[in-house]
Design a protein around this ligand. Sequence first.
Ligand code: HEM
Length: 449
Amino acid sequence: MGNQARSTGVAVTGTAPGALPLLGHALTLLRDPLRFIGSLAEHGDLVHVRFGPLRAVVVCDPELAHQVITNERVFDKEGPLWRRAREVEGDGLITTARAGHRRRRRMVQPAFHRAKMPHYATIMSDVLADETTAWQDGEIVPVSAFALRLTSETTARVMFTDSADPEAVAGIRAALPDLVGGVFRRMLSPAPVNLLPTPANRAFVRARKRLQDSVERLIAGYRTAGERDDMMAVLLAAEHDENGTTDDEEMSALVTGLFLAGTETTSSSVSWTMHMLAEHPDVQERLRREAESVLGDRVPAYEDLIHLPYTRAVVTEVLRLYPPAWLLARVTTSRTTLGGHVLAAGMNVIYSPYLVQRRPQQYPDPERFDPGRWLNAASGCPGSFLTFGEGARKCAGDTFALTQLMVVATGLVRRWELRPVPGPRKRPRARAVLHPRRLRLRLDRRGAA
Ligand code: HEM
């Protein structure tokens, strides 16, 4: 249906069925978010939904989603969803609206320069070695906890050298689970509900305070310390280039944002990669053989990654099926048209990488895990792969994340055989980030007697 109408240049609009009085589709979204979002394409290219009082249009067509996220002048990071995200991060690079974006992006960008990646890749391998050193043959590993430790430790070491305040770094790490857990719930709850003294709200407020205090303490330490060679030092150097000193609140929001962006999303992808490798022993074996033939006994250096096309294809296919940031939003800053339809100013516009990356028009047999589809693949239509976003607001850490996923995938399969643990089929848990629910895997040491 959608395609027919799109060929006339006008998108098909629809309304999601099943809205309840007052609540609209909020309960359906909370109960089974992926099924709800995944079902919307049946109703059109632009589908109207309502979460409590919040009305929004979900963009189901990849090319229209691409138009939305590459036009940040009209589709900005405003509205209740981003306001709630700012409650966690502050006005940082990810959450800030267009007016504050350029300056922040220019401060952060040098930290992700390609020339820095070899150093980061070494840290990633070191952390992997540290976090797996105690594993025994046949170890049953709770994967999400392992992955979160791995990525938060990596981010901590990349951002703050060992000489930085370890207590403050530990404070940031300890605050993450309650913070991240609270974001999605708070984004969908009416504001007064977030003020109630429930245990979850209290834990969230405590975690936010702990995070802010720890980050401020770290920044203060850096401002008085001498030269260091890490991400924090790059940020502090950049603030001088960008017209003077950034106030602590803004710097704290930048650091917090990088910490949140760098740990939770990548840890989800590490978990999914481990899950898919365990479920697909043939893929695991092919990846292992590629790593062995390219690397021999070495851990991968950044320069090696270009010679590991199959590993990259595996990781990309994981990111297609399970994009950690699966639901994102914008608000129209003025009246505009999208796909031939008028959108009023102030309209909430939602896009979902999870939805567009499972459309059969772009990915035949979309539910199938098939890394082969990325080998020699022609690039798809605009908007067909949105895991890292697009345009001016595209993920600043995409190369960093891909590097970490490839380093971890090769590092793990060369020493360990990943096997599923019997139990019910793993279903995604979709909150602010998409995680495999309670995933545990068995790790058998390769070459063990
Ligand atoms: C698999 C891992 C990751 C995924 C899937 C991911 C995804 C995304 C997405 C979708 C956006 C755009 C959001 C939007 O359009 O509203 C984004 C922005 C961003 N990400 Fe990532 N990210 C990942 C890892 C990282 C890492 C490791 C870092 C840094 C250490 C990072 C830093 C950022 C920053 C700073 C932005 C804001 C860019 C801007 O607005 O200019 N991300 N990310």
